[in-house]
Design a protein around this ligand. Structure first.
Ligand code: 6MZ
Length: 364
């Protein structure tokens, strides 16, 4: 667990061996993990080194996502040192460097493979004698991009090829739509997701993500309704910042999503809709603390859902910049205050069961 830092690492370090064993052996689902935010730093370093050597031996690629080698290297250095965010907006500036490194089908496949391994495989037994993966089931999400090396369909097929090396009981793919995208792109992505699902590919849901202050949420309704009709699960990043208005939150709730990402700033009216419709909340504790949308664990909105026995799914969001792991996020539940919420093992087990129940994918 040496690559974790911050609040999750502190919670993890406060646990004894029996508590760690309990958390490791607990069946649990990771339902909110963004592919490009979850790539091991060692893989990005490899990709950066290859990119540097190929751009010095040739004139370099002309990808629409290409940025200078200096910017890529400084992005990697930032991630290596550990990023400190003053506000959530700073978070989104980390991605151009990562995207420059995952802009070819080969690099994307390698990155996806590494992310799947991180969550689903048992790490090298000589390094970790405990035979448990981070999670029993992973619903990985990603936003299909197009550039000079691939179109969005190729992007999704590359990711799916890797996801499908695991059985359906272990992994599924959620296709993300970025709030900044225009309607034409949203339509294209929705139709790709539906087409791939129809072909029997492992697409289980549709997500809305990206900079929470961007975009017009008034125009997306028909697309998410169509996704639901096609049998895709729908999850929406919602009310992630104070800038997200109650009107916008109500609009997004009218799409009738199955699950919600973050849902940090709900008012009485929207909370009551969420409770009544039993929409599962994907809770990302470290992400919220580090993006400073929630000041402390004690004030985190998870408490209201725990009190109500409302479905939640503890998730990691972006383990690369947040330097966490799913296990460490569960440590935040079990650790005694001030390191964690101090839940009992039975309460933590109930929470883990909720994550498995909220899967879009099948449990065959
Ligand atoms: C909103 C987020 C996010 O899709 O390229 N993303 N969107 N809120 C968050 N919480 C902090 N964390 C990640 O993965 C990276 C993309 O996921 C979205 C952003 O759009 C980011 O560019 P993919 O695989």
């Amino acid at each position: 667990m040496s690559d974790i830092a911050g609040p999750a690492a502190a919670a993890f370090s406060s646990l004894d061996a029996a508590q760690i064993q309990f958390l490791q052996s607990l069946p649990k689902a990771e339902l909110h993990a963004h592919l490009n935010g979850s790539i091991p730093i060692s893989v990005l370093q490899e990709l950066a080194a290859e990119r540097a050597s190929s751009s010095s031996s040739s004139s370099g690629s002309s990808s629409s996502e290409s940025i200078s080698d200096e910017l890529v290297l400084s992005g990697i250095q930032k991630l290596l040192k550990g990023v400190t965010l003053d506000k959530i907006d700073d978070f989104f500036t980390l991605f151009p460097a990562i995207y420059a490194l995952t802009s070819t089908p080969d690099a994307l496949r390698r990155a996806t493979r590494a992310v799947l391994r991180t969550f689903l495989d048992v790490s090298d037994p000589s390094l970790n004698p405990n035979p448990y993966p981070q999670c029993s089931y992973l619903e990985l999400r990603t936003t299909p991009r197009q550039n000079t090396h691939m179109d969005r369909e190729i992007y999704l097929r590359c990711v799916l090829e890797e996801v499908e090396t695991y059985p359906p009981s272990r992994a599924g793919l959620i296709v993300s739509i970025d709030r900044k995208m225009g309607e034409e792109t949203v339509k294209e992505i929705l139709h790709l997701a539906m087409k791939l699902k129809k072909e029997g590919r492992r697409v289980v849901g549709l997500d809305l993500c990206g900079d929470p202050t961007a975009g017009d949420m008034g125009v997306l309704e028909p697309y998410f309704l169509e996704a639901k009709k096609a049998g895709l699960g729908v999850t929406l990043h919602i009310a992630e910042t104070t800038q997200n208005t109650p009107e916008e939150t109500l609009k997004l709730l009218s799409y009738n999503p199955d699950r919600l990402g973050h849902a940090t700033f709900l008012n009485e009216e929207t909370i009551s809709i969420v409770l009544q419709k039993k929409m599962c909340i994907e809770i990302c504790l470290s992400s919220n603390l580090l993006c400073k949308t929630v000041p402390t664990l004690e004030s985190h909105h998870i408490h209201q859902y725990l009190k109500a026995g409302h479905p939640i799914a503890i998730s990691s969001d972006d383990i690369l910049p947040f330097r966490t792991s799913l296990l460490a996020e569960y440590a935040l539940l079990l650790a005694k205050p001030p390191y964690g919420l101090g839940l009992t093992e039975d309460q933590v087990r109930t929470v883990a069961e909720m994550s498995l129940k909220a899967r879009f994918g099948s449990s065959e």
